[in-house]
Ligand binder design. Structure first.
Ligand code: BTN
Length: 342
């Protein structure tokens, strides 16, 4: 795959900040503010729409407006929301307006002398990667696409439980937003009322007996435009829908930059200390977030489908499933889906 990373030109950035309020702005005022011609404004509008998929509405006599207000990710704002501990663990923060995949990019960076703690956010991904070879739908400016590179002293087996611990870290962050009904579907999907709110993809490289590096990728749906969702095969939800369903909660702090800092504040310490903490530290908390416990599910392993009732996870983080014959089996991998109750 060809690498693709885009950042805004200065005038694209200025134009988008002016339009970010979601209100109409006349072409003349925009042109005067940016000190460029009206036709240059139109060209910039065209490039924002064709390169990044930003939806801009043009109405003659009124000007231009975004189809909804936009909060761009800001390095300064994300850094200002970091705890001292996270700020110390962060080695570098990179934000791209468009990238193929933040995970793919950091896997590539891991092959060079890049230090632990490199964090990459993107406003959009053109080839976002999900688990099991799926695509992660990643439209511009509305969700969180985040990857973190970390190096560990021991081999890949030593961090096999990391994926569960990372799930716990994300739930801790979301609970700070006072989200309720948020939980984990084994091994680490972020769920709300049987719908997927976010997913984690961890890519590990290294050899047995040596050291290893991990790229921890998180996609969190804050607002997914309906038209982008045709290819999503699982039940999904975004923060906007949760917000509509829970109007009494305090949603003041739901800014993308605030949520980004919050996620890093929980993820970085959990990842950095995982080698010494190990999965045991997180087991009881993970179990308290388990959305599948005692639920009827099907687990898909290759071409095989096994039905059963979830009995939680064992101390190695493997799924415990009671099959229809009443036997308790453990599974280290597989895709689990809820079965509709008859
Ligand atoms: C899943 O399928 O549940 C895992 C989804 C992981 C998506 C994130 S978005 C940021 C990072 N970059 C990617 O290409 N994938 C992960």
């Amino acid at each position: 795959m060809n690498e693709q990373r885009l950042i805004f030109t200065d005038s694209q950035k200025k134009l988008l900040s002016l339009l970010a309020d979601g209100k109409f702005h006349s072409g003349t005022v925009l042109a005067n503010t940016l000190n460029i011609s009206r036709s240059a404004i139109w060209k910039q509008i065209e490039s924002l729409s064709s390169e990044y998929g930003v939806e801009i509405i043009a109405v003659s006599g009124k000007g231009y407006k975004l189809n909804r207000p936009l909060e761009l990710l800001s390095e300064t704002q994300i850094k200002s929301g970091l705890s001292q501990q996270s700020a110390e663990l962060l080695s570098n923060l990179e934000i791209y307006q468009q990238i193929d995949s933040t995970n793919r990019y950091l896997v590539e960076r891991a092959q060079t002398a890049t230090a632990s703690g490199l964090v990459c956010f993107a406003e959009s991904q053109t080839a976002g990667k999900g688990r099991r070879g799926r695509q992660w739908v990643s439209p511009f400016g509305s969700n969180i696409y985040l990857s973190i590179l970390w190096r560990f002293q021991n081999d890949p087996a030593s961090i096999s439980g990391l994926s569960l611990a990372v799930g716990v870290a994300v739930i801790r962050a979301l609970r700070e937003l006072r989200l309720i009904d948020i939980g984990l579907k084994w091994p680490n999907d972020i769920y709300w009322q049987q719908k997927k709110l976010g997913g984690i993809l961890i890519e590990v490289s290294g050899e047995a007996g040596g050291s290893c590096s991990a790229v921890i990728g998180l996609g969190l749906n804050l607002y997914l435009p309906e038209k982008e969702t045709a290819s999503i095969t699982q039940p999904w939800v975004d923060l906007e829908q949760i917000r509509t369903a829970s109007p009494l909660k305090d949603w003041q702090s739901c800014s993308r930059n605030h949520i980004s800092s919050l996620l890093l504040n929980h993820l970085l310490p959990v990842i950095a200390h995982f080698e010494t903490d190990t999965l045991q530290q997180y087991l009881s908390e993970w179990r308290s977030y388990d959305v599948m416990l005692e639920k009827e599910v099907s687990i898909y392993i290759g071409n095989q489908v096994i039905d059963g009732i979830v009995k939680g996870i064992n101390d190695d983080g493997m799924l415990l499933l009671q099959n229809n014959a009443g036997e308790l089996k453990t599974y280290a991998s597989g895709e689990v889906s809820f079965r509709a109750s008859l």
